[in-house]
Design a protein around this ligand. Structure first.
Ligand code: ADP
Ligand code: ZN
Length: 746
């Protein structure tokens, strides 16, 4: 026994540490301390949850501490998933323990904080798991001893049902525990605890549908995907299909093929609570076996979905960006719908991009990866042009429906928020019994209030933005930190009581429309009207069933919805997003505008779009209006080439923030000098830009500075950041972050 080899494991700790740790496993836990499970470990004087990565073979140079306890009876992750997470940690230069923690559903992490597991080692159980008691008849043949009438009735019902939840018995009989207790004592029934999954779909029943006969373009795309599925090798595709071209139908049939090969499917969508229609279509086609993962679920629901996936009880996972971490085995196909959407990028903590990770996980799983969009990223089109993605195109709408006609409504010198051209168009639409969508990417009533006396806008004291005036709430609100004051109030600069409203938001638009077209039933959809759970679905349902005429909203209404009754779309202030201080401003504007335009005429009646604009000659607007994605791509690519932005370079952004401005500024300067020195020493090709104040230079009371790194190779970029991280001067009052492939640099 003395030559027993000590069992040593590698553990990742969810703290901001760039390394993992080794621990010794006590004899009695040897069979349990396996990769993919969690363990309580001593860390300094603390007791922390760590993630077991695997065994370590070399004998330790020094005395190692022992783990306290293994937390999970079953592994949370497989070896290949752990390999994926290691890749993520290394690529985003983020601690592996933090990556693993991010990848777990909140339901699990929460019980950790409660410290479950000290008494009960089967922590996968614990508070987050929902159970029910089920009764079953156990001795049906024996003569029944004398029972009260109620007990006899209950027994009859249990015998008839086979098994029945206690809750159901209570619903039928009222209180029945004395009877159930007696029946159990007599050995006539047994009660057992069974796990139940919370059902995020509720109890609604979905009408089943069947695959459609595909158009020739759809069929060609599907054939290519099926051929790739048959090869069982990594195959990345870009599906470029105009709005209404039937991309979703292609997804459904490709998934069907993968399921037929005993493989599973992962579907990523930008914001699932905005796309209940898509989930409905999946349920209509595949019925059960679908799991959904998104931020609108309760922790318990998310945890249950996660466990269903882990246990192989869900074969299709649909979710927002974090679903890229879903514990789905045997992935045959990963679909990223609306691949151009910025919401695939996480904006804090582990700043991953689920669209990019879909390609990484797909490569590891040897899966088909399908990126779909009507307006693909410029970088995706470039990758397709250079053979890194296979291109599939759906150039036409299904059933030869035409693209909508688009007119520009010049707004120079027009005093109203709604163009005089739009009003008769709305009236005609309503008269024909059709529906309209009015889009404005700005919520609130006025954009902001300015003092009539001194001209100062009402600004947030914590953030470098002006407050948005919300008339219904009677407040001016900061959209970043939720700071709010009663409005209209007084000018904080000069005390003047007269404040002017400038600019219009969706609330104002709704108000004006009620006056201009009083006969219309109007809905507004923006983050002010969609606070409650399921509120998106309810608003969208009212458009679908025709109980509303006009939908007014922010970019929430631009995405993916399919309302065949909508024949008119109005776009208010098309260039709002062109002014963003971001090199992707033109691309975003083109995408948004094309998507909104694409909401019109998806049914049998052709669509019409009116675009209100001040600056109509910008190529982003012109090309969107002409449905000319190719022309936009060529012009945008030239611009990117000139300024040296992606796809012609790779970017990383280093951010620094603190509550006083001076130290942040000095720290960012010092880091910039250090980076320049490291770059010279190592001969790296990296351009160091800044430090500069972030466009939002003050946010939630913190001052913010950024350094932008730009390089022709990913490798040089990451080597420079890694070198900095190794001899990073730490200032405790300053927060730092690293953003690889930043999407939003506000
Ligand atoms: P996209 O995702 O490209 O915008 P959708 O998949 O939403 O397009 O398709 C638009 C509409 O056309 C949907 O109502 C869909 O059911 C229908 N559709 C798709 N493919 C076909 C087809 N082959 N034949 C008839 N209708 C189709
Ligand atoms: Zn604020």
């Amino acid at each position: 026994m003395s030559n027993h080899v000590p069992h040593i494991i590698e553990v990742a700790i969810p703290l901001h540490l760039d390394r993992t740790f080794h621990y010794r496993v006590p004899r009695e836990m040897e069979g349990q301390a396996l990769a993919g499970r969690r363990a309580f470990v001593p860390f300094g004087r603390r007791r922390l949850t760590g993630y077991i990565l695997g065994n370590v073979t070399e004998t330790p140079p020094h005395e190692l501490k022992e783990i306290f306890e293994v937390l999970d009876p079953e592994p949370l992750w497989t070896d290949s998933e752990l390999e994926f997470f290691r890749w993520v940690a290394s690529y985003y230069l983020h601690p592996l323990g933090e990556v693993l923690k991010t990848a777990l559903p909140a339901g699990i992490n929460i019980q950790e904080r409660k410290g479950v597991g000290q008494a009960d080692p089967t922590v996968s159980g614990g508070k987050a798991i929902k159970t029910e008691i089920v009764y079953r008849a156990s001795a049906p043949c024996e003569p029944v001893p004398h029972l009260g009438a109620k007990a006899a009735d209950i027994l009859g019902v249990i015998r008839e049902a086979g098994d029945i939840p206690a809750a159901e018995l209570r619903r039928r009989f009222g209180t029945c525990s004395p009877q159930l207790k007696r029946l159990a004592e007599l050995g006539l029934v047994t009660g057992e605890t069974r796990e139940v999954y919370r059902n995020p779909f509720g109890d609604d029943v979905v009408k089943r549908d069947t695959p459609r006969v595909l158009s020739p373009h759809q069929q060609a795309a599907l054939d290519a995907l099926c051929a790739a599925l048959d090869r069982h090798a990594f195959a990345p595709f870009l599906l470029h299909g105009v709005t209404g071209s039937g991309k979703t139908e292609v997804y459904l049939q490709a998934i069907d093929q993968a399921l037929g090969q005993e493989k599973n499917a992962l579907v990523l969508v930008p914001e699932i609570s905005l796309t209940p229609q898509l989930v409905q279509r999946f349920r209509a086609r595949f019925g059960h076996g679908i799991a959904i993962l998104h931020s609108g679920l309760s922790d318990g629901e998310r945890y249950d979905e996660w466990r269903r996936i882990r246990r192989g009880q869900a074969r299709i996972v649909i979710g927002a960006r974090s679903a890229i971490f879903a514990p789905l085995a045997r992935i045959g196909i990963i679909i990223v719908d609306e691949e151009h959407e910025a919401s695939f990028k996480q904006a804090d903590g582990l700043r991953y991009n689920a669209r990019d990770l879909a390609l990484v996980r797909g490569r590891m799983e040897r899966a088909v990866v399908l990126l779909g969009s009507a307006t693909p990223l410029v970088t995706s089109r470039y990758a397709a042009e250079h053979g890194k993605l296979a291109l599939l195109t759906l150039p036409e709408r299904v059933e030869h429906r035409p693209m909508p006609t688009v007119e520009l409504a010049p707004m120079k010198g027009v005093a109203t928020a709604i163009s005089p051209l739009l009003v008769p168009a709305l009236e005609a639409t309503l008269a024909a019994g059709e529906q309209a969508i009015i889009f404005l990417n700005r919520r609130g009533f006025a954009t902001y209030l300015v003092c009539a006396e001194c001209g100062a806008p009402l600004a947030c004291p914590n953030c470098s933005v002006s407050l948005t005036y919300h008339r219904q709430r009677g407040q001016s609100v900061c959209h970043y930190c939720d700071y709010a004051i009663p409005a209209p109030g007084i000018c904080p600069a000069c005390g003047c009581q007269e404040l002017k409203e400038l600019g219009a938001g969706t609330e104002r638009l709704e108000h004006d429309l009620r006056e201009l077209v009083p006969q219309a039933r109007i809905l507004r959809m923006d983050s002010d009207t969609t606070g409650g759970k399921g509120s998106h679905g309810r608003l969208l349902a009212r458009m679908s069933d025709g109980s509303a005429d006009i939908l007014v909203g922010t970019q929430m209404i631009a995405k993916g919805h399919d309302f065949p009754g909508v024949t008119l779309v109005g776009v208010v202030n098309a260039e709002a997003s062109l002014g963003m201080p971001d090199f992707r401003a033109a691309e975003r504007t083109f995408q948004l505008l094309s998507q909104v335009i694409g909401r019109a005429g998806r049914g049998d009646t052709p669509g019409r779009v009116i675009v209100q604009t001040l600056n109509s000659d910008h190529y982003a607007i012109q090309n969107a209006v002409q449905h000319d994605g190719d022309a936009f791509y060529r012009q945008e690519l030239e611009f990117r080439r000139e300024v040296g932005y992606p796809p012609f370079s790779f970017l990383a952004c280093l951010g620094f923030s603190g509550t006083t401005e001076g130290p942040v500024e000095e720290h960012a300067e010092a880091i910039t000098r250090l980076l320049a020195q490291l770059k010279r020493e190592k001969g790296l090709r990296v351009e160091i830009l800044g430090p500069a104040p972030a466009p939002l230079y003050r946010l939630r009371g913190r001052f913010r500075r950024q350094i932008l790194l730009k390089s022709p190779t990913r490798n040089d970029l990451r080597r420079l950041i890694a070198a900095w991280q190794q001899n990073r001067p730490v200032v405790s009052t300053i927060r730092e972050y690293v953003d690889i492939d930043p999407v939003d640099m506000m």
